[in-house]
Ligand binder design. Structure first.
Ligand code: SAH
Length: 489
């Protein structure tokens, strides 16, 4: 087929879908053009930017016919910032899209039949559980630091000459976000999905840094000190942690930093330094030390207290986390006697929710500090029917199997890449009655469900939970049961 569009051409596209990155999927004479900012059901005028064999990219010029789901993005910097992708879509439409995204993946990748409409049998995919007030929900800010007016800082003023930019000592400290698809830092004072308390911390640390003449790290030269400011707030406790990620051990005038933070932000209970000297996108380095206060902050989910250290994973939307974990516990179907494994357990959050209703819970997690937190958390809540071990789930759980551990329920909550195939094989060999799969990525969820289905499990239902309003991220929890309960598989 010949390609019906060419670069720089202005075309009219019918938008028929939304990619998992939130771009509109447009059609022009059967050819696919991805148009950022366009919504399904719209007709837009767009300029073709790039053409490949199967598809191309176009920039939206004008909306000829708007979707009823279109809203005007409340955040001023929505178009520049890569943090949110769906602020131009009503919240209800996002929730619908997120469910459909799960359904599409389960069908296309998982080859699963979905119940609904005429179809009685198949997997039940529930409506996405949304938030009442979907703003200011994040308990953690991770903000890159740069210099204004520098080659890695803000946009250059028009006409600025080359030699006027690019040294580490020009301009002042800025902290904000990377402009979409780049590493150019744009200064930001407030983020609408961020807990206001975190915004305040970042603003203050920035001011102190400016006052003390601290340099920002420059990716290109590898020079400068401050790389990231990470702020975490305990949603219930109100305790706050600040992590200064630095490109070196020494922080000049560190006592003044601490003093100023303590004087101006009494909610801060922990100030931590993390050293990262590597030229990498990864935020944290290997070395973490407490500059002042506690090593952890405490927070509470559904009446359980958690100690959270700087590098441990902890869900960023505390209100929705409770909904997600309750659903996971409900799917586990516990009566008080069950032997449960919680794989990818982090600081033991789901493990402790499960332990309240199970016989014994075994948690495994790859980050040793998180396992230390998990053990401390069990103790903190006087929950004594748990065992935690650090290591890769795909190594530790096969060993548990050899040692005779026979779980009734296995819960998994892997990172985006999904479960290791070794682990899936072990789950099949262990034959638990139920598997509860918590997933932050519908495509790897669908891939792994197919393996479990082929190994004798049936996916009963899936509950999408909106953990990240205004972004394209889709979280869900799935319940699988063994097909031949009581028999051999
Ligand atoms: N269930 C926890 C954490 C989920 S995030 C919670 O809800 O808070 C996924 C976790 O998997 C992270 O803590 C990460 O460190 C861990 N992880 C990544 N790869 C792993 C592996 N191969 N084995 C065990 N844990 C792993």
């Amino acid at each position: 087929m010949s390609i019906p569009v060419s670069k720089n051409e202005i075309v009219t596209a019918e938008i028929v879908g939304l990619t998992h990155e939130g771009e509109g999927v447009g059609r022009v004479n059967g050819f696919t053009l991805f148009v950022r900012g366009a919504l399904p059901g719209e007709r837009v005028q767009a300029k073709v930017l790039k053409v490949k064999k199967q598809y191309g990219y176009a920039k939206m010029l004008e909306i000829l016919e708007a979707s009823p789901d279109r809203v005007s993005p409340p955040c001023e910097i929505f178009n520049q910032c890569g943090g949110c992708q769906l602020q131009h879509m009503s919240y209800e439409a996002q929730l619908r899209w997120k469910r459909q995204h799960v359904v599409d993946n389960l069908q296309r990748i998982g080859k699963l039949q979905i119940a609904g409409g005429e179809e009685q049998s198949g997997v039940i995919v529930h409506d996405t559980l949304g938030m009442h007030d979907p703003w200011r929900y994040r308990n953690k800010a991770q903000v890159p630091v740069g210099m204004s007016g520098s080659s890695w800082g803000q946009t250059h003023p028009k006409g600025a000459r080359k030699e006027e930019r690019g040294t580490a000592d020009v301009g002042e400290l800025i902290a904000g976000f990377y402009a979409q698809g780049s590493h150019r830092i744009i200064d930001m004072e407030s983020c609408l999905i961020q807990d206001e308390r975190n915004d305040e911390v970042v603003r203050l640390v920035k001011q102190i840094g400016r006052r003390l003449g601290i340099t920002a790290y420059d990716e290109q030269s590898g020079r400068g000190l401050l790389r990231h400011v990470v702020a975490r707030t305990g949603y219930i406790s109100g305790e706050m942690m600040i992590v200064l990620v630095t490109n070196g051990q020494r922080i000049p005038q560190v006592e003044q930093w601490i003093e100023s933070i303590r004087a101006e932000l009494p909610a801060v209970t922990s100030i931590v330094q993390n050293v990262n000297k590597k030229n990498t996108n990864v935020i944290f380095g290997d070395e973490t030390r407490v500059l002042w206060g506690n090593e952890v902050i405490y927070d509470e989910l559904d009446g359980i207290r958690f100690a959270i250290s700087a590098r441990s994973f902890y869900q960023v939307n505390p209100q929705q986390t409770v909904a997600l974990y309750r659903k996971a516990v409900e799917y586990a179907g516990l009566t008080g006697n069950e032997n449960v494994i919680d794989a990818y357990c982090g600081i033991g959050t789901i493990s402790l929710f499960l332990a309240r209703q199970a016989g014994h819970v075994y948690g495994v997690e790859i980050v040793p500090e998180a396992i230390e937190d998990a053990k401390q958390n069990a103790e903190l809540n006087q929950i004594d029917n748990t065992t935690f071990e650090a290591g890769p789930a795909e190594v530790v759980i096969p060993r548990w199997k050899q040692e005779g551990n026979k779980p009734d329920v296995i819960v998994v909550d892997p990172p985006r890449k999904g479960c290791d195939s070794e682990l899936l094989e072990t789950i099949l060999a262990m034959q638990p009655e139920r598997v509860v799969y918590v997933s932050c990525n519908p495509s790897t969820l669908a891939r792994d469900l197919r393996v479990l289905e082929d190994g004798g499990y049936r996916t009963v239902e899936v509950q999408p939970v909106d953990m990240f309003p205004w972004t394209v991220h889709v979280e869900s929890v799935a319940l699988l049961v063994r097909k031949f309960v009581g028999g051999t598989v």
